[in-house]
Ligand binder design. Structure first.
Ligand code: ZN
Ligand code: FE
Length: 260
């Protein structure tokens, strides 16, 4: 399954049990990148099948299920690796890093640009990237469809700030997140905010996508802003959970951590 924008083709590559790696290919310039290479061999096979090289590897954060392919792919295709300045300083990105990114940077790829957003919370070096024009949002393990990443390094205040940054992005952005967790997140969303109009119908539509397409990614950012409980920490719907959005965000995250 893939998406197109001008000369670009975007391929979703499902790897491991629930990870997505994203391959973007520029047909006109024959340039290719991968975001979050979750595995080595499967991606080499994918690239060879399509007769693509690999110019660029982008890591949203250092976790192994997002960077494991770095070394093998760099060795095979002589790819450049880019990551956050924080993860590079911590020396936790495998392979040889070519360029580091910080909040507000622009990353050029072929004739296109990514806007870079620092989104700490899941990890402190996490970045999200928005491809300008296409409005494809690559958000790793910060924002999931109807959910958010676990707070391994950041606290609720940090992650809530990151979510507010993402909420300011265009409604028509497509959310290409790091994992297929949507239906589990949907069960939690329906439990914690059953009163939201339209949520049940939205969840049913995602179940249908899962059944027919085998996946629910990408979602539309507008739907996340409406139905993702973590975007609603400052909404009256959640006010019973605390006295300020930071506290409420933390309470939602904690309930999700304990949700079976
Ligand atoms: Zn992660
Ligand atoms: Fe992950």
């Amino acid at each position: 399954m893939h998406y197109s924008y001008q000369n670009l083709e975007l391929y979703l590559v499902p790897l491991r049990t629930d990870n997505y790696s994203y391959v973007i290919h520029d047909r006109a310039k024959n340039k290719t990148l991968v975001i979050d290479p979750s595995e080595t061999e499967a991606l080499i096979t994918f690239l060879n099948q399509h007769k693509f090289g690999l110019d660029l590897i982008i890591d949203t954060h250092h976790h192994n299920d997002h960077t494991e392919g770095n070394i093998g792919l760099q060795k095979t295709f002589d790819s450049a690796i880019v990551c956050s300045d924080y993860d590079h300083e911590k020396n936790r990105i495998p392979g040889k890093v070519r360029q580091t990114l910080r909040d507000g940077d622009t990353l050029a790829f072929s004739d296109y640009n990514f806007q870079v957003y620092s989104t700490p919370g899941h990890t402190l070096g996490h970045i999200c990237l928005l491809l300008e024009g296409a409005n494809w949002l690559f958000c790793g393990d910060t924002l999931f469809a109807l959910g958010c990443g676990r707070l391994f390094e950041g606290d609720p205040t940090t992650m809530w700030d990151s979510f507010k940054k993402l909420r300011a992005l265009p409604d028509d952005s497509l959310v290409f997140c790091g994992h297929e967790y949507t239906l589990a997140n949907a069960r939690f969303a329906e439990e914690i905010m059953p009163q939201i109009p339209g949520l049940h119908a939205y969840v049913e539509s995602q179940k249908k996508r899962q059944a027919t397409e085998g996946r629910t990614v990408p979602s539309r950012l507008a739907d996340e802003k409406t139905f993702n409980p973590f975007f609603l920490a400052d909404s009256p719907i959640m006010s019973r959970l605390g006295s300020n959005p930071e506290e409420i965000f933390g309470a939602i995250r904690k309930q999700k951590d304990n949700f079976q």
